[in-house]
Write a protein that binds this ligand. Structure first.
Ligand SMILES: Cc1cc2nc3c(=O)[nH]c(=O)nc-3n(C[C@H](O)[C@H](O)[C@H](O)COP(=O)(O)OP(=O)(O)OC[C@H]3O[C@@H](n4cnc5c(N)ncnc54)[C@H](O)[C@@H]3O)c2cc1C
Ligand code: SF4
Ligand code: SF4
Ligand code: SF4
Length: 420
């Protein structure tokens, strides 16, 4: 057994599938598809080539081997952000790009600069679907307008790497943006396919604490009381004055806005089980990783430069006068993201112990102790509770405003606003 049947049995059925989409993009028979939140053999045309199993990062991604291969250094589980050359706080100097981006618009600026200087002929981004502006899909952007249009984080599980099929067909030089699990799939696919490796100029990772099922977006749409059919725009990170948050605009110009601190509680309710097993917070195997620099406000990104390619690209942006970059260190990230980093990198052993199937990362996690362990157990219990039927019922019964209040209390001050 080495075909899709193996993938289904050993990865998908075991809650090991990240839904990165790499298998879909690589399959030579083009028989795999993403339907109802699951990878399926849609045409029943698997030819048992085994490629989907080879590139899948869901069941195994030996970090020690990849660390050696990419950085010629051993993997060290004591390090929270992987191997890197430098950490920076960066913002795009173009106001439109900075405002339209999630944080400092760095990813968008980098993609535009690469395209305009003809170092790439396209960029993998995530855009809204044409007739469903509340759903998203990956695509190859080939113009500055398309790249700007696709700016901002989409907090929803998406099989981004199915775009591999289009990348190979296009023959273009491409810059790739993805989440840590998608980067892992892409690395595996590039290792197995020389043409693809030749085409990908740079791998840019977003940091990823949690992701959410599509159900989370539907939940917020439900609270907005704006019908799906009337939505003209949906953003998870809309900037409005000093605030940033989830935003929907309806056809009749009705607007709904909830500050980002108000919906953070949803991570605990709607995060997929596979995300509980994830050990990569900062995209440790990318060329360059980008996250929020919360202590500086919404207009700044945190950038971790890992490879020579990553370093050259940040230098290029600085030389072109497109960004301002200040060197910083891990403590800047820890200052505002300690909880989520601890959850992912330190408390993983707690979750590993409780779960039947776990990815093979080729490393031994150290069991955390004391308060960190207790908090890890509590968090894991909450995650599990909301996945069972009683938990689902509680979500429906609990007043939304109460959940928002609790969320704000934990994350900060802020407000929820509905405007008619
Ligand atoms: C699910 C998720 C969880 C995250 N968790 C954290 C976190 O815990 N801590 C943290 O510091 N940062 C996190 N981020 C990253 C953060 O939200 C910003 O994306 C990052 O700071 C880059 O900002 P920017 O302004 O430079 O990027 P932008 O200029 O806004 O560009 C973002 C690029 O990413 C692409 N993109 C958006 N959503 C996705 C997606 N789901 N999959 C693949 N590509 C996508 C867009 O198409 C765009 O090209 C997360 C992002 C996502 C999508
Ligand atoms: S044809 Fe190959 S890649 Fe496609 S599903 Fe079958 S084994 Fe997987
Ligand atoms: S390649 Fe990605 S989408 Fe396909 S089975 Fe593996 S983890 Fe899931
Ligand atoms: S938490 Fe990990 S598995 Fe889940 S979307 Fe983020 S990177 Fe992928």
């Amino acid at each position: 057994m080495k075909g899709f049947d193996k993938l289904e049995k050993e990865v998908i059925a075991c809650d090991l599938c990240t839904r990165c989409g790499t298998c879909i993009g690589i399959c030579p028979a083009e028989t795999l598809a993403y339907e109802d939140g699951r990878v399926v053999d849609s045409r029943q045309a698997c030819v048992q080539c085994g490629m989907c199993n080879t590139v899948c990062p869901g069941k195994e991604f030996p970090m020690d081997e990849w660390s050696d291969r990419l950085f010629q250094k051993p993997y060290d589980t004591r390090k929270l952000f992987g191997i890197y050359q430098g950490i920076y706080t960066v913002c795009a100097l173009d106001e439109e790009i900075r405002t339209k981006g999630s944080s400092g618009g760095i990813v968008t600026q980098l993609l535009i600069s690469l395209l305009e200087s003809r170092q790439i002929e396209g960029a993998v981004v995530v855009r809204e679907k044409k007739n469903e502006p509340f759903r998203f899909e990956s695509m190859i952007a080939t113009s500055t307008e398309q790249i700007i249009e696709a700016a901002q984080s989409k907090y929803v599980v998406l099989p981004v790497n199915q775009v591999i099929r289009d990348i190979r067909r296009s023959g273009r030089k491409i810059a790739y943006v993805g989440l840590p699990c998608q980067i892992q799939g892409m690395r595996k696919a590039m290792a197995d396919n020389a043409q693809l490796a030749e085409q990908i100029v740079v791998l840019i990772s977003l940091f990823c604490g949690f992701n959410m099922e599509e159900e989370a977006t539907d939940y917020l749409i439900g609270k907005s009381k704006i019908k799906k059919s009337e939505i003209t725009k949906l953003r998870y990170r809309q900037k409005r004055g000093k605030e940033t948050g989830f935003y929907i605009r309806g056809r009749d110009e009705r607007e709904y806005f909830i500050n980002k601190h108000g919906y953070t509680f949803m991570n605990l309710i709607f995060s997929p089980k596979r995300c509980w097993k994830c050990y990569d917070y900062s995209g440790e195997f990318a060329d360059i990783s980008v996250g929020d620099a919360w202590e500086k406000g919404d207009g700044y990104s945190r950038v971790i430069v890992r490879t020579q390619t990553g370093s050259e690209l940040l230098n290029m942006l600085e030389k072109q006068g497109k960004v301002r970059a200040e060197s910083c260190n891990e403590s800047s990230i820890i200052k505002t993201q300690k909880k989520v980093v601890t959850y992912k990198k330190r408390q993983i052993a707690v979750r590993q112990k409780g779960m039947k199937h776990f990815p093979d990362y080729g490393v031994q996690f150290e069991q955390c102790q004391g308060k960190t362990r207790i908090k890890g157990v509590i968090l894991y219990t909450i995650l599990r509770f909301f996945k069972n039927p009683v938990g689902r019922l509680v979500i429906r019964i609990l007043p939304f405003r109460l959940l928002v209040k609790v969320s704000e209390r934990i994350k900060g001050k802020e407000v929820i606003k509905v405007e008619n």
